[in-house]
Design a protein around this ligand. Structure first.
Ligand SMILES: CC(C)(COP(=O)(O)OP(=O)(O)OC[C@H]1O[C@@H](n2cnc3c(N)ncnc32)[C@H](O)[C@@H]1OP(=O)(O)O)[C@@H](O)C(=O)NCCC(=O)NCCS
Length: 282
């Protein structure tokens, strides 16, 4: 039986989220926002015609989505439109079973990504829910923000599906939480637990009895041995290795390429081989 207690991994509790959780204005009021017409090819203009011509200029009002009748598919919106969101979209495309309607992001890098439109800022979410979009996925790399947005999405009635790439290897005794993503070629070992809103990134290995607490992120190519605990919102940088039985505290940061051979306190920043506390530059 696994035993994980506070402060490393407290019970999941969702608080009521506040409106405007991105912390900045809705995308439509961002002055330098680029439009589809600026550079999208004609084929993408067709995809995004509703975004161009319909009332996306009004913050908080989603454009009407095309009629959708396949009751076997869930309609899903991705929250966030950065690089991580594109990878998540491809996980859902590989998985099947979801009709991804687009992205929501107050300040997207482009109006169309991988053929799907950015529908607006976070104020769109209520309208999308009202239009029958029943699932949402928080595709944001910022661990604290991802946790906060996940709470908000639940509070307004979205289901948070789990995204597991078909090439991932998951032990039948492992558990994966809601809103978590398990990227391509990652491995989750026997009785490992991946909590809600976790990112287990490309090719990372989480061995037996380990636990990644809510909104933690284990970056590509990491190798966590058995019985490792990664606290809430903690981040383990790309290509790091973690010795068996280690606890990494909540909100800790482990730098890229580290070898973690001793417990890491909550909110600490460590790096190197072996991992030591990192200096902070002003
Ligand atoms: C740890 C990290 C977050 C620190 O970033 P930062 O706050 O900008 O820190 P700085 O670059 O100012 O470095 C501060 C010091 O730590 C050292 N340092 C930074 N990252 C280090 C690492 N991974 N290993 C060892 N030392 C590291 C720097 O050399 C510097 O040392 P100095 O004070 O002797 O000059 C960052 O370097 C890192 O490793 N990020 C991981 C990125 C990643 O894995 N992304 C995956 C996304 S999917």
């Amino acid at each position: 039986m696994l035993a994980f207690g506070p402060p490393t991994c407290p019970a999941v509790s969702y608080s009521t989220a506040k409106a405007g959780f991105f912390g900045i204005a809705d995308g439509h009021s961002v002055g330098n926002r680029r439009t589809v017409r600026d550079y999208a090819p004609a084929s993408l203009l067709r995809v995004a015609r509703r975004v161009l011509d319909e009332p996306t200029a009004r913050p908080g009002h989603a454009v009407p989505l095309a009629p959708f009748t396949d009751s076997n598919m869930s309609r899903l919106v991705l929250v966030g439109a950065g690089g991580h969101a594109k990878v998540v979209l491809e996980v859902f495309r590989a998985l099947g079973g979801f009709n991804v309607v687009g992205f929501v992001d107050p300040n997207p890098p482009a109006p169309v990504l991988l053929g799907l439109p950015v529908l607006g800022g976070d104020a769109m979410l209520h309208d999308l829910r009202a239009q029958g979009v029943d699932s949402a996925f928080v595709a944001l790399g910022d661990n604290r923000l991802r946790q906060r947005v996940g709470s908000h999405l639940r509070a307004i009635g979205f289901a948070l599906p789990t995204a597991i790439h078909p090439s991932a290897l998951i032990s039948p005794s492992a558990r994966i939480g809601a809103g978590a993503v398990v990227m391509a070629r990652s491995i989750v070992g026997t009785e490992a637990v991946i909590d809600d809103l976790v990112i287990l990134n490309t090719g990372a290995v989480i061995d037996h009895d380990s636990r990644l607490c809510t909104a933690a992120h284990v970056a590509p190519g990491c190798a966590l041995a058995g019985n490792v605990k990664v606290g809430e919102r903690a981040f383990v940088g790309v290509g790091s290795a973690v010795r068996p039985g280690i606890t990494i505290g909540a909100d800790a940061v482990v730098g890229a390429g580290s070898a973690v051979v001793a417990d890491v306190p909550a909110a600490a920043r460590v790096g190197g081989v072996p991992a030591r506390p990192l200096k902070k530059h002003p």
